[in-house]
Design a protein around this ligand. Sequence first.
Ligand code: KIV
Ligand code: ZN
Length: 503
Amino acid sequence: MNNKVIFFDTTLRDGEQSPGASLNIVEKMEMARQLAALGVDVMEAGFPISSPGDFEAVKLIAKTIKGPIIAGLCRASEKDITACWNAVKYARKPRIHIFLATSDIHIEKKLQKTRAEVFAMAVHAVKFAKKLCDDVEFSAEDATRTDVDYLCSIVEAVIAAGATTVNIPDTVGYTVPQEYGALIGTIRTRVKGIEKAVISVHCHNDLGLGVANSLAAVAAGARQVECTINGIGERAGNASLEEVVMALKTRRNFFKLDYGINTREIYKTSRLFSSLTGIPVQPNKAIVGANAFAHEAGIHQDGVLKERRTYEIMRPEDVGVPASKLVLGKHSGRHALVSRLKDLGYRVKPADVVSLFDRFKVLADKKKVIYDDDIVALAEQGIKQPPATYCLEYLNTSSGTGVIPTATVRLMVKKVIVQEAACGDGPVDAAYKAIDKITGIKVTLADYNLRAISGGKDAQGEVNVRVERNGVTFTGRSTSTDIIDASAKAYIQALNKIAAGAR
Ligand code: KIV
Ligand code: ZN
């Protein structure tokens, strides 16, 4: 059996189904480029029929991203499959990924069909897709709650119809490692023709077992793992890519399996996704959390200083965690900045160097010491956003004990300066109310998150906001040494996305 585990990343599809994780097309492209740099084998770029925006994003990714297989998701209908193909066909290596539920509860209650009808639909869908694309994946949705005999018969039939990957999803995060490993074993022994297809697993994390279940399946012979960055995804999320790959790396003596992931790109990929969506990574998250490599207890610190392996099973540099060094200051030159960014894994296009360096100088004037995290934030701020309808020109707030917080805001709106003032519960609230008066866009602030980047009293604050409008979520983020300024700019960025009709 092949010893390579195929990493199928579904951050841009299942991950994007997570509340607040929607990305606009520019952000999706940025993420897709980074996933390619990470070395994912398959990138599920979206669900093309679900919206025109998703269709366009999948198409653009298929046209632009070289390296991974580009997959699109579709239901088992000719219309869905055709839309999927029309989006992924531009890729050098396209894949059509069809899903259809196979558990009785889904068949009877959701699809309102019989097992026989679902069986026929699955076979017809795969045959139809196969005429368009060589690479067809079939997912038996809710496989872990499906009757095993029926599951085996449907898997056998779709392989005979041309499926090259068969996915056995734990859609509701219900299974446990031993049971799931045994199910994969059963499929391997009972399904005729199974050697013609790759067995894939897709585990949700409702019981916190997504990674454990994926690893049990791999140990039992599955060779594709569907996963996401930071474990993002529907409900409690999916198995986290960084945890699965680092388990394979750290416990190579146990799994004895290969993979194509460049683990040194993990931290950067995690940071990028978190910054783009505004969804923070919990500090104790394995591999990428802020505390993942921090030792607090004196005994541990003592042990690590004497011999790192006493308490560290992985090296931070293997996942690309930048050593927090004091690197640059106001006298540093352009070359030093670009070379430090290169060390941190960021490639700066020559055309972007001037604006990046200008922003660096502005920051260096405000901040005595500039840490790696500050530089990373500068690079990420440079990610191009859709054209801005609203630009912050001026912001003045006053607040204090016994003072009613007020804000005066001036925005440039289509080349015209518009000014408003408002009072609020605090300076940020006052600024947001003044901005609302100018834009007239009615939104609900669903989440506001402020965190300090790097250390020191003059640390920069990164603000992530999530706003909702008519049930749709938009995110914005900004970084500044002044947290009110960052708060206003993050909010304006989200409003600009609404104005641009982007998500
Ligand atoms: O969880 C699930 O079953 C899915 C399928 C579409 C693969 O996301
Ligand atoms: Zn899923």
